[in-house]
Ligand binder design. Structure first.
Ligand SMILES: [Cu+2]
Length: 491
């Protein structure tokens, strides 16, 4: 962390419990009196109303003010509220109609990250909602139970608008997952966690900087927010909890674990349930990625969800630090339990979902994407930076393709593809870990790594409203690490 930021945040913290990485290092060098006693905010559920066989939602992008630090007001953006948005909830098979009113006073867009829908409903940088205007996308929910999300995708402004709060969750339900007996009482044993790191100026305002350094490394904050809560505490009355976790940070990569290294089970990745639960003691989550975890915490226990140091394939720790991964552990969420239902907890189902098997024989690569960093330019894909007027790739509607990402830059890039959910075929020629063999829309490509994914392009996107593929480090994205593709019938 930069020394100047350290001092500024310390100044902000005079007399209050705030310090740089104040959430870092319980017992570490930068430990600060954050007590993790602020009740975790749980975003409100928005289930819409049924009108003419459609599930209708109303969203308003608006300015607000939030008290993250006691005694300090932070100007923020929110959706139907001051900071972040409600959890949109719909079912597979629903026809969804959403009105998005822009009351921000600046242009914005709203992108449905991970939702499979046509390009003209996707909310990318071409679908600007001017101040005062309403955008009315309508689409079918045509994918399995999962947690998607929505956020600003404004041209050159995504990083700052998301940083200020323009993001929310989108939960999809289906009959198959309802029947599995997974924890599903929202806010009780089914808890969403939006992880974000932020920095503050002396006056309490967010400190968003997008200079050359951030365009290279991404913007890293020094204060952790979970669902907009600083120093969050969750008290539960149930032993078994399902956490639906989104890395909603601009650039920070987390290696999540509990402080006592207890095992947990991952049940879902970005696009839905895994074939079977995978037992883990830590999980890496890059910007844009989601994971659903189930963990048992007995009555009387206190555990911390933390970021813990991780090693990188091919990269040392110094590089890891510049690439958004902290070398030191820090606390994210304190959890206490008064559960009494210790005995009789059933095992999770052996099978969660039926996923098509990954192809056993190697498939030809349809397209290759070389990720690189060029001095004084920034991050590039195949040597190019984003141009709104240029279509980089044309995919035939209904085709299945293998995309290969080759990372020649010194830092990792979480690559996201619009319009599809994909499978990770290989990392450097090897099968990915079990928990990466499910359905995904964002995949982290480490430095010097080659990752292949398999996607089926089932929804159309024209040259007027093409899909994006981009790095989900938002400063990289805004800096040009993005391209466009169409999905159309053969002419
Ligand atoms: Cu990147």
């Amino acid at each position: 962390m930069d020394r100047r930021t350290f001092l500024k945040v310390s100044a902000l913290g005079a007399g209050v419990a705030i310090a740089p990485m104040m959430l870092l290092n319980r017992g570490g060098a930068l430990a600060a009196p954050i007590n993790f006693d602020a009740p975790l905010s749980v975003p409100p559920l928005l289930e819409g109303r049924i009108e003419q066989h459609k599930r209708v939602f109303e969203l308003s992008l608006q300015n607000g003010s939030s008290e993250f630090v006691p005694g300090y007001q932070t100007p923020t953006f929110g959706i139907n509220g001051a900071y972040l948005g409600p959890v949109i909830r719909a079912r597979k098979g629903d026809r969804v109609a959403i009105s998005v009113r822009n009351q921000l006073g600046e242009p914005s867009t709203l992108h449905w990250h991970g939702v499979k829908l046509p390009g003209d409903m996707d909310g990318g940088p071409h679908q600007v909602i001017a101040p005062g205007e309403i955008w009315r996308p309508e689409f079918m929910i045509d994918q399995p139970a999962s947690m998607q999300w929505y956020h600003s995708h404004a041209w050159h402004r995504t990083g700052e608008q998301v940083f200020k709060g323009l993001a929310g969750l989108f939960i999809i339900d289906d009959d198959q997952s309802d029947g599995l007996g997974l924890p599903n009482e929202y806010g009780v044993d089914d808890i969403p966690l939006v992880l974000q790191d932020r920095s503050f100026n002396r006056d309490g305002s967010f400190r968003y900087v997008a200079g050359m350094h951030q365009r290279m490394a991404g913007l890293l904050g020094n204060v952790m927010l979970v669902n907009g809560t600083v120093g969050p505490h969750l008290h539960t009355s149930k032993t078994r909890t399902r956490f639906r976790i989104l890395n909603g940070s601009n650039a920070r990569i987390y290696n999540l674990a509990f402080d006592d290294q207890r095992p947990f089970q991952q049940i879902a990745s970005d696009g839905g349930l895994l074939a079977e639960p995978v037992t883990l003691s830590r999980i890496r989550l890059a910007p844009g990625e989601r994971a659903e975890l189930v963990v048992d915490i007995k009555g009387g226990e206190e555990v911390f969800l933390q970021h813990q140091p991780m090693s990188l394939p091919g990269g040392g720790m110094m590089m890891a630090m510049t690439a958004g991964i902290d070398a030191a552990a820090f606390d994210i969420l304190r959890i206490t339990s008064s559960a009494t239902d210790v005995s009789g907890l059933p095992a999770l189902p052996r099978r969660l979902a039926t996923l098509p098997p990954l192809p056993s024989s190697p498939r030809g690569v349809s397209r290759q994407f070389v990720l690189d960093t060029q001095m004084m330019v920034g991050s590039t894909i195949n040597g190019k930076q984003m141009n709104l007027q240029r279509i980089d790739h044309k995919v035939v509607l209904g085709e299945e393709e293998v995309w290969e990402f080759v990372n020649r830059s010194p830092m990792p890039h979480p690559m996201h593809i619009h319009g599809v959910q994909f499978r990770v075929l290989s990392r450097n020629g090897h099968l990915p870990a079990k928990n990466e063999q499910g359905i995904k829309d964002t995949v982290l490509i480490h430095s010097d790594e080659v990752v292949r994914i398999l996607a089926s392009f089932d929804h159309p996107a024209s040259s007027r409203f093409p899909y994006m593929f981009h790095c989900h480090n938002l400063e990289h994205e805004d800096g040009g690490m993005m391209g466009q593709f169409t999905v159309e019938h053969l002419a």
